[in-house]
Design a protein around this ligand. Sequence first.
Ligand code: SF4
Length: 349
Amino acid sequence: MRWDNLTDNPAKTTKDGDGALFAADAVTTRTFDTPEFRGITFHEVRARSIVNRVPGASRMPFEWTVNPYRGCSHACVYCFARKTHSYLDLDTGLGFDSQIVVKINAPELVRRELASSRWHGAHIAMGTNVDCYQRAEGRYRLMPGILTALRDHANPFSILTKGTLILRDLELLRQAAEVTEVGVSVSVGFIDPELWRTVEPGTPSPERRLDVVRTLSEHGIGCGVLMAPVIPFLGDRPDQLRATVRAIAAAGATSVTPLVLHLRPGAREWFMEWLGLHHPELVGRYERLYADGAYAPTWYQRRVTRHVHELATEYGIGPSHRGTPRTLPGGVEPQPPLDGSAPSQLTLL
Ligand code: SF4
């Protein structure tokens, strides 16, 4: 593994401009013989910096991120953060799901960097690369320290997650929301149980994720839903879209933002292999739909987006009905990537 390239992406610039490398002697590799961590290897590292500037941030809905983990045991087949594992010479398929890099000093670094005179209190987005509430967080408990530092500095932030573990930190989120802007979004692209089991095998079920939305809302923390990804030919039938939006509305989401599956290199190969195994009859249709690259054609994206927006209106979700801003990391406007310029750091959590 290339520990000298342990950055969120190879061209990354950090707040301190040092490239955020990890010292090779700072790596400890562990496995845990408990059912939830069986088959997973953790690489504990001490990062040199943690608040990262997103390259090309002008095209992103956020400029600064904190990512305490690399790799994700939620193991979504379509996850385009897979590509980032290749920077470490790690496998982007099973390796991404099971070789997890843990930045064990993330909380102390966040606190230190927020206290720096050079820090200007910008919004920080979390869950933009991999899920900060993936299973590893249950053991490493990095997020409470990070949230505490953000709260203490009244620094605005947002979290995008599929992890129910976020509820463990409900009280900290509530305290932070009293002093700064806090945005939480949960990702639920569909509620079909069969599709979930095969394409998002390591995640909590969509029902449990919607319970998170419900619980956060009940505790005064408005929560949007990133309806992503909408998976062509598997999760895009009108009845499926309706059922999903209805469930999202019933959970009390403040907004619903649809995003069609995109297949960037790294994710594309893994997804197509999965498709050939589980839905071989669709391989040709996918090759045609994604013939021009990572994104489905604009007409397709528009069709899905319009349909979801109509359903959202019907079920009373969205700012026009609640007066609540839609919240995505960094306050991104919930527009679909109709011009092919989707936020490339948003991994469709
Ligand atoms: S899409 Fe999100 S939750 Fe799924 S594997 Fe990627 S980072 Fe993890």
